[in-house]
Structures are given as C-alpha cells and as structure tokens.
Design a protein around this ligand. Structure first.
Ligand SMILES: NC(=O)c1ccc[n+]([C@@H]2O[C@H](COP(=O)([O-])OP(=O)(O)OC[C@H]3O[C@@H](n4cnc5c(N)ncnc54)[C@H](O)[C@@H]3O)[C@@H](O)[C@H]2O)c1
Length: 303
C-alpha cells in the first residue's frame, strides 16, 4: 500500500487565522499524515485565534478520522509584511494589537523557530492581503498596490530567504495562488491580481534559486473559490462559487480538504521531481474558454 508518512517531519504553516481557510485544512491534513505543526498567525489576530482555540470553537473542525483532535506544537505571531524589526513603522509598533507582541517580523520568527526546533521540513505560505481589495485596479493607489505586493507576494521571497537555511535538504515549500493572476477577474481588485502574477513568477525563479542553494522544492496550488474569511472580505465569493458550479467541468463546491490533499502530495517525497509548478485544484474551472451559463447559450441544446 502506498502511504504518505510524514512522521518525524515538522511543518511551519503561515496564514492560519481560523478554521475556515486553506492554511488550517492543509495543516490538519499534514498533521493527520504524522507531521508536527508549527503555526504562524498574523500578529493582530493572534489573541482572538488563541482564545477561540482554547474555548473549543474550532474543535469540530479539528476532528480527525479517528476522532482525536488536530493540534499544533507552537504558534508564532508573524507579520509577513516586515522582514526586520527596523522595518516596522511606529504606528504599527504602537498599535494596541501589536504592542504586547515582539519578534513578529519574518527574520525574527525564523530565528525563534531555529532556536526552538532546529530544522524544519515543510513551509506553507497561505496568506494574502490588500488594503484596497474592493477597488478596481484602475482606482488602486500606489500605496495600496505596493501593500498588496508586499503582503501577498514579497512575503514568500522573504520566507524562503529566511527559512531556506533552516529547511532540511529535499524538503518542500508551497504557496496558494488564484487564477486572477493570468485571467481577468474584475472583482479581484486592489492589485491582488498583480500580486498573484508576481507570486507565480517568483515561484519559478525561487524554485530554481532555492533548488540550487538549499536543495528544496517550491510549488503553488491555484485554488478555486472557497468561502474563507479573506475571501469574504473581497465581497464576491458567493458569486464566484456559483459561477464555478455553473461553468466548471465538476459542478460541485470545492472542499478545502481537496486542496489540502493536493498540498500533501506536493509537500511529500511522492512529488520529489516536481518544482516551480502551479497546480490547479479548482474543479477544472481554469480549462474553460466559455461561460456555459451565458445568456448566449440559452437556445443551445448542448449546454
Ligand atoms: N478563498 C479563496 O477563494 C482562494 C482561492 C485561491 C487562492 N486563495 C489563497 O489562499 C491563501 C489563503 O487564503 P484563504 O482564502 O484560505 O483565507 P484565510 O483568511 O484563511 O487566510 C489568509 C490569512 O492571511 C493572513 N494574513 C494577512 N496578512 C498577513 C500578513 N501580513 N502576515 C501574516 N499573515 C497575514 C490572515 O490573517 C489570514 O489568516 C491566500 O493566498 C489566498 O489568496 C484563496
């Protein structure tokens, strides 16, 4: 029997803020395969995440097939928009959600994890952010555009730069992306489409550079629409899910577990020759060249 066994491995999964997103589902699936999980949660929401976890709010989602609960060994507050302490602006440092925290820049978190655990085997980048995501690209400010790039694309470069040296040889990293990188999804604003295009291009270059330098693999999953907290903030997620069900080859909801299973494969040794790849896990929506629910097809019998 072919088995994915991650016993003895450690994963750092960045971008878990609740139990609804891809990060949570990927971490849970890696855990179920035997991997130890270290969580990186966006600094300003750490308190609410830890309180919810403690108050058993996520217990139903944490349940594994054998009835036991998914757990993590340690959580680190992180803000992947900052690399070093001197990069953090004073208004952020003084913000009440950051004030009690320290060491949340990428370089500091890497140092802490190295001190606490030594090496890691898996790195997952499951985060994105744009302050102006509700604005069209045409109306996006320079500041908003660069903030989207910083949080959603450069954050991967920074993570690989700082965690590459901590990753065991032949280990693997994964990021999450979206089809709006190469095709027009008008509602995906604030420079997020550009950030995903950068992220996908960087996946290839980083796969080469970090493959040579650290002997690690880097891939991305381009996921279909999921009603996560981040997606709800964009505002059109219900329409995107309905559109996918009306037009994709597989007319069903996308379960986060389906993305997590693909992630498990890409992060395991079964994918040992795959790097720099963008794998669609979207019920096949990306292959379509026409919207089958279009009014233009109303009279067609082939629909
Ligand atoms: N939900 C979808 O429909 C969809 C589709 C394709 C790709 N994705 C991608 O999946 C990934 C995960 O998103 P999700 O939809 O599961 O939502 P999510 O809300 O579960 O995850 C996004 C996380 O990013 C964190 N974050 C934001 N800014 C950060 C920063 N500066 N530093 C550290 N963390 C930060 C948020 O706190 C949140 O926990 C993202 O890259 C997203 O673009 C989502």
């Amino acid at each position: 029997m072919l088995n994915i066994d991650l016993k003895g491995k450690k994963a750092f999964v960045v971008g878990i803020g609740d139990d609804q997103g891809f990060g949570f589902s990927i971490a849970k699936t890696l855990f179920e395969a035997g991997c130890e999980i270290i969580i990186g949660t966006w600094a300003p929401i750490v308190k609410i995440f830890e309180t919810s976890w403690k108050n058993k709010k996520f217990d139903e989602s944490r349940k594994l097939k054998d009835g036991s609960l998914f757990d993590y060994i340690k959580l680190y507050p992180i803000d992947a928009s900052y690399d070093y302490p001197e990069d953090v602006p004073s208004d952020i440092k003084e913000n009440k959600r950051y004030k009690e925290l320290s060491g949340y820049t990428v370089s500091e978190v890497a140092k802490k994890i190295e001190k606490d655990f030594g090496k890691i085997d898996i790195l997952v980048h499951s985060l994105a952010n744009s302050p102006e995501v509700m604005k069209s690209l045409l109306e996006t400010s320079r500041k908003g555009y660069l903030a989207a790039q910083s949080a959603s694309a450069y954050s991967l470069i920074s993570l690989i730069h700082h965690f590459g040296p901590l990753m065991n040889k032949n280990s693997s990293a994964l990021a999450l992306t979206y089809e709006a990188s190469t095709k027009v999804v008008p509602q995906y604003g604030g420079g997020m489409s550009s950030a995903k295009a950068s992220l996908e291009s960087d996946i290839r270059t980083l796969a080469y550079e970090a493959g040579r330098k650290f002997k690690i693999r880097i891939n991305a999953i381009s996921a279909g629409p999921l009603k996560s907290r981040a997606a709800k903030a964009i505002g059109f997620i219900d329409d995107a899910i309905n559109y996918s069900k009306a037009n994709a080859p597989l007319q069903k909801d996308l379960a986060p577990e389906e993305v997590a299973n693909a992630a498990l494969f890409l992060l395991s040794d079964l994918a040992s020759a795959i790097t720099g790849e963008i794998l669609f896990v979207d019920n096949g929506l990306n292959i379509m060249g026409m919207a089958m629910d279009s009014k233009s097809f109303e009279k067609s019998e082939k629909n």
